[in-house]
Design a binder for this molecule. Structure first.
Ligand SMILES: [Zn+2]
Length: 116
């Protein structure tokens, strides 16, 4: 067997996972560190936004939880995640997911939704 790809039906001893090079490891570690930094920043900003809104609009944590559940259920599945919705491309007419910002088929850039 050549390469390191998983082929359905192969027994575990036939599976070859390619060893990553030291360079690839360094690149991946840098990407993870960058994502962790962005995640921490987004969490901080999210908390700051919520505290400002809660205070100024006289909302409660229960209001936030209720809204999050409502949004979560928009796709009919309560899984703690926001799910993209199908978007028909105005150029080629094929359907992509709204979480992508461009058509998966012709590459047309969609108007970016604020969230989700
Ligand atoms: Zn398209």
């Amino acid at each position: 067997m050549a390469g390191g790809l998983w082929i359905g039906g192969m027994t575990p001893h036939e599976v070859r996972i390619p060893k990553s090079t030291q360079r690839e490891d360094l690149v991946l570690r840098a990407k993870v560190k960058d994502l962790e930094h962005h995640m921490a920043r987004l969490s901080l900003l999210n908390q700051a936004l919520w505290e400002l809104i809660r205070e100024r609009a006289h909302l409660t944590d229960a209001d936030l939880e209720e809204k999050a559940r409502e949004i979560d259920l928009r796709d009919g599945v309560e899984d703690g995640k926001i799910t993209g919705t199908p978007v028909r491309c105005p150029s080629c007419g094929r359907v992509s997911n709204s979480k992508h910002y461009r058509c998966m088929y012709c590459g047309l850039e969609f108007e970016k939704p604020v969230m989700g």
